[in-house]
Each structure stands twice: as structure tokens, then as C-alpha cells.
Design a binder for this molecule. Sequence first.
Ligand code: ATP
Ligand code: MG
Length: 592
Amino acid sequence: MSSPWKPVLKTPAERARANLSLYAWARHDFTWEHARRDWLHGLPGGGLNIGYETVDRHLGTEHRYKTALRCLDRRGVTTELTYAELGRSTGRFANLLGRLGVRRGDRVFLLLPRGPDLYVAALGTLRFGAVLSPLFPAFGPEPVRERIDRGDGVVLVTTPELYAAKVAPVRDRLPGLRHVLVTGDDRPPAGTLSLGAMLAGADERWVVGATDPGEMALLHFTSGTTGRPKGAVHVHEAVVAHYATALYALDLHPDDVFWCTADPGWVTGTSYSIVAPLAHGLTVVVDAGEFDAQRWYRTLEQERVTVWYTAPTALRMLMRHGTTLARGHDLSALRFVASVGEPLNPEVVVWGQQALGRPVHDNWWQTETGAIMISNFAGLEIRPGSMGRPLPGVEVALLDRGEDGRARLTDGHVGVIAEPGAVGELALRPGWPSMFRGYLHEPERYARCFADGWYLSGDLARQDADGYFWFVGRGDDVIKSAGHLIGPFEVENVLMEHPTVAEAGVIGRPDPVAGEVVKAFVTLRPGVERSDDLRLELLGFARRRLGGLAPKEIVFDDHLPHTRSGKVMRRLLRARELGLPEGDLSTLESTR
Ligand code: ATP
Ligand code: MG
């Protein structure tokens, strides 16, 4: 019999009084139903709406005077918005959508830099009951067009500059796009409407209408690391998972100053830069700038950021800039750094502790899962290189693999691996609230993600005897060499241990004898000279540590291809190596 929920431990403060670690607390009779009932407000007439949980729930409380957003523009000028101001502006935006004839469920796309307009449009869309789809502003015209077209976009909100550069050239190929709203005070370009003028004329009062928890709320395109991006559909009840995972994995408290560097064009930026922190009623730092080590340290220091959520690629870049720069800043407010998006090299975790004096918590999830699924927990031992342990309410298994590296079905059933250390496909038991409900217009692709009651992630991992999960590689990236299965991550980690290496991407190159051999592309740290001697040294260094798994070939490459969300695109390295078609490059970052 399951024990009853202990209401004494409902809030983080009560948890602290009970002196229970976060991890122990997470294990304390958690169910999604309790989380929803005890932590979310729900609409007065029943139902659940993300916009209500992030804005309306604070309006009747003291929280309304609190700063919700502290937005830094590219020049470093700060604009602050309280929850009350957010309530009024998003109310205007919702009324504006109504005035344009937008209906519930219609798709509203945003192509906006990170700043107040983005938040107002995003939350106004959700309060209205339309579907939010934020696009990454660095996309070129074709990726923008393709996503709006595939997503059946009815409204687009953008800036005059982005409109001219990315939308105007493709506008005639977007017949379904009825309205384009443009920010700024100038006269809007022909064929567009002025967002400012329309907001000024709209009523700020807005009552969120009845929303079924299963109603579509968000449309998020995946990173396109392994192929054509998929449009993952999420529903309003996802907010339960955003809230709970922010509590457990990010340890967020109402008095935190939280900064998530991800752009809302990627799922991390929506789930954890918009929804989760605002549902918790804390202050969110929003930085419109691109990566710059100086600026980022300055922001962490000046804003007194307490929890920082970023990505391995950003941490690797900070590491490249050395320890002195980090130590020159007062990071005393910071409790820990969290990281997601691709494998976090143990080297980076160790560096974070030394240079920033703070733990770096890796966590794993996907656009499809909508929220963090596996994580390191504050107060729990960190094993550098491990993604951590499953969140409460999340059932994870490793499935036995077939020849193709993916889960193997025998008579319609999969085999669950129990043995510590064995590699399997990471699978999750569907049932958590932020689980995606489909790939838009691609039901077969969606159906292929499930087998025998499991959601198949496409990633390979192993679990140690204490329940920590370790990432091995994406199913597609794993290298099969002379009977071994080699995860590129492991090889990249070893290369990064060498003091001259800043980043590495590893692929399998076809080989008549071994099937595949390991080839590494290596970016050196600034100031390190390329030479044949160094190449040989790196080959020897890797061989001493990896034996038969070591790369047979190393090339220096200062421009490893990355997705715009910061992941090494190994499939492109492989396609170039093999002279194959490069595939969908809509998310490829052009320069670095
Ligand atoms: P696509 O699905 O279009 O190929 P993508 O999988 O990169 O792109 P996302 O949903 O943004 O799109 O990323 C999820 C993937 O990122 C995971 O499946 C995993 O491969 C990788 N990932 C995320 N977090 C981690 C982590 N902590 N460690 C290792 N890999 C991670
Ligand atoms: Mg994916």
C-alpha cells in the first residue's frame, strides 16, 4: 500500500525544516496528481493553463509587485517588469489576438530577440489559449518559412529588422500566415501591423478561458541534430512537470535570481526561461546578448544570479578562456550551475568546481520530454560524466539493443537490462505531464518512438550500481569497431583531458577490416600551435587511456559544426567524411 502524501513537506521551506535532502524529498511519496493539486493553482472553473500558472496566479498576491523579468539588451541596458506589469501587457496581447480573429488552438509564432516583447507575446498567447511556437531569431529565411508553414502559423510577431531580413523574402510562400505584427515605434513595413499601436489600443483586463489540461499549448521544433527537425506538440498540463522539475532538479525557491541562457527557440528556453521560473514566482534574468565570456561573468556577478542554467558548449567556451577570468568575478551569490543539451564532459565539471567554485549539475531531457527527466540533485554526490538519476515520477529503463543499436523487439516485447554497466537504449514509461503528444503532421514518426509501452529516446546509456545514468551516445552516432561498440562521448572526454584540447567531435570512418575506425576532429585551445608532433602526442595520449577504442586518426578543425543550440553535429562530420549528402542543415550554426 502506498503511504499517504505528507502535507508537512509540501513546500521547500518545510522540506528544509525537516532537514531532508532534495533527493530524499523527491522520493517522498511523489505523484504527479499530488504535484498538480498541491503546487499548481488550476483555473477557478477547473482546468489548467500555462499562462494562468505563470502570470494570473501571482496577481492577487504580494508577488505582483515583485520583479518577474530583468531583461538586459545587447548594450547592457536593463528593463524590469513586475508580475503586475506582465499581467497587464499580456492581457493586452491576449485581447489583441482576439481582435485579430485568432481562435483558440491557432498557432502564434514568435521571431523575437530575448526581451520583454518576447515574454509578453509568449505569455499573452498562452493566456489567450492559442499555441505558442517561438523560433530562434538567428534562423535564415528558409528555416523560418518551413517551420511556420509546417506549424500552420496564423500570426507571427517579429521585429522590423528580422521581418526585412527573414520574413519579407518568403512571405509570399506563407499563404496561411494571416497577420504579421512588428515591434517598434516606427511605421510598420507594408503588409504588417504595428504591435505597439495595437497593444496601446487593447484592454489590459483578460480572463483566462476554460482550458483543458490536454489542450495543445506549445509547438517546439527539435534541434535537428540527427535529421529534419520534428515539431513536438506539448499541452497545458506540461506546467506541472515544469514546476516540479524546477523544484527538484534546479532547486528553485521564490527568492532565487535565475538565469537560463537558452533561447526560447529551443525547448530549454521555453520550459526553463519562461514557464518554470515564472510559475515559481521568482526573478528571471533575460540576456539578449550572444555568448561572451566577459559579459556572462559580469551578468552573473551584477545580477547576483543564484542558479545558472546553461549548456556544455558554453561551459567549454568559458573553460577555454581560463580560470583567471572566472576568479576575477564575485560569484558568491551562485549556488550551482546546471547544464543540458549534450554530454557534459567530466573535465568541465572538475573545472567548474575549481574555477567557479561551484558544482555543475548535468541533466538529461529532450524536446519530446518537455522537462528534465534525469538530473543531478543539489546535495547529492556528483559523479563527473554522469547525467544523474531519474526525477520522481519518471520511470527510466535501458532496453536491450539489436544489430542497429536500437531497442530490440522479440514477439512485440522489449528486454529491460538490469545488469549495471551494460549499454542499452534509454527509454521512459509515458505518463509524465510534459510528455509530447505528437510530432505535428507526422503520426508515423511519432508512432516509431514507442515500443511495448515504452518511449524510446534514441539515446544510448548505461547505469552504474548506484543508479546513476551515464550517456554513451545517440543511437545514430555510436561507432561499431572490431566488435566493440564505442560511444563518441567517451572518446571526446579523454581527448578533452589533454591540456591543449578545447573541444572534440568523434565519428566512425568505414574501414574494410574493423567495420569502422574512430576518427576525431579536434579544436585546440587559443594560442596552441597545430603540429604533427602534437597530433602524434594526442593519438598516444588517447591510446594509453582508451586502448582499442582510441582514435586511429585525428585532424585539427577550428570550426566543428554545431547546431544553433550548441551541439556538435556529428552526423555532418560523418556525411562530409563519407562524401554523403549533408541532409537538413536548417539548424546549423554558420560561424563560430
Ligand atoms: P533531433 O531530435 O532533431 O535530432 P536533438 O535530439 O538534438 O535533435 P533536442 O531535443 O534539442 O534535439 O535534444 C535532445 C538530445 O540532446 C537528447 O536526446 C540527447 O541526445 C542530447 N542531450 C540532452 N541532454 C543531454 C545530456 N545531459 N547528456 C547527453 N546528451 C544530452
Ligand atoms: Mg532528438
